[in-house]
Design a protein around this ligand. Structure first.
Ligand SMILES: C[S@@+](CC[C@H](N)C(=O)[O-])C[C@H]1O[C@@H](n2cnc3c(N)ncnc32)[C@H](O)[C@@H]1O
Length: 283
């Protein structure tokens, strides 16, 4: 059996990770790309067209929502690339990608010597990813450790067993993840992250903006990412994170997009996707 024949095709929530790779592959082709993710095309190709989530032709509202989601993915990727660069510059050498999906930062970021990067996700997407990485003969630019575990289970135990050291600072990334977890699961995740964050740790989160589930989810295409969204950011994310021990800054997509030279047009060409971007430090 060839590598391709043995590959499980994307389904359920992890199919969204391949959808994200499709967006990153398109951005990578732009001359003015905000980042370049050369592996994204390979993940997208291995995952097929994902046609179940494509809106029917002529559905202008669905098209605008899709463009809005794609735009939010591009801006958040750049936001978190920058956050990780700052974390490395401040001396952090442990990186944990929660719900890592097809994130290829282990391969495309210039990590300082001694960086250990943990990718936490369930086993099936990590196996799919490993198969594509083998096919592409991809070589990580840091020590990369995959941790196959469900984030509703004992992931702190699995992360510790994989070698994570809570006494050393960590930069945690939850990108495109929390919107898929119910609020109590988000709270538990944050408490567990906090308990493993030495002073100097950092965190980058993306959150569903207020009202996005109603605007996007209500008539979402079945099996599309938006049809799986369940949680939005609290009214005051900075105060919420202060309660979890983090000094946080909250950004909007619109503001970051303008800062990156990719402003939302007037009138906007797409709907506003899920947009809470959080950068946080632990003192
Ligand atoms: C939209 S994708 C984002 C992937 C990646 N962070 C990125 O931005 O490229 C969401 C990811 O979260 C993962 N995920 C969702 N719920 C999870 C859970 N309960 N345990 C582990 N991973 C989960 C999915 O498998 C998927 O890979």
């Amino acid at each position: 059996m060839t590598e391709e024949q043995g590959r499980v095709q994307p389904s359920g929530v992890w199919a969204t990770a391949v959808g994200v790779a499709r967006v990153r592959a398109r951005e990578t082709e732009r001359r003015d790309a905000l980042f370049r993710d050369p592996l994204a095309q390979a993940f997208a190709a291995a995952g097929g067209r994902g046609s179940s989530a494509v809106p029917p032709p002529g559905d202008e509202a669905a098209r605008r929502r899709r463009l809005g989601v794609a735009f939010s993915i591009v801006i958040r990727t750049k936001f978190l690339d920058d956050l990780l660069e700052r974390a490395s510059a401040s001396g952090v050498r442990q990186v944990v990608l929660l719900g890592a999906g097809m994130d290829s930062r282990a391969f495309r970021t210039d990590w300082p010597e001694g960086t250990r990067l943990y990718e936490v996700d369930t086993a099936v997407p990590l196996d799919f990813k490993a198969s594509v990485l083998r096919q592409e003969r991809a070589v990580p630019r840091c020590e990369r450790i995959t941790v196959p575990v469900d984030l509703r289970d004992d992931w702190p135990g699995a992360l510790a067993a994989a070698g994570h050291d809570p006494a050393e600072p960590t930069v945690w990334i939850a990108e495109g993840l929390l919107i898929y977890l119910p609020e109590d699961a988000v709270e538990l995740l944050l408490a567990r992250v906090g308990a493993r964050s030495a002073p100097g740790s950092r965190m980058g989160l993306t959150l569903g903006s207020r009202g996005v589930i109603e605007r996007f989810g209500a008539d979402a295409v079945p099996r599309s990412a938006a049809s799986l969204w369940v949680s939005e950011m609290p009214d005051d994310p900075v105060a919420w994170l202060a309660g979890h021990g983090w000094e946080a800054t909250s950004h909007t997509l619109r503001e970051r997009a303008a800062a990156y030279g990719r402003p939302v047009g007037t009138p906007p060409q797409h709907d506003e996707g899920p947009g809470g971007l959080i950068s946080a430090v632990r003192r």
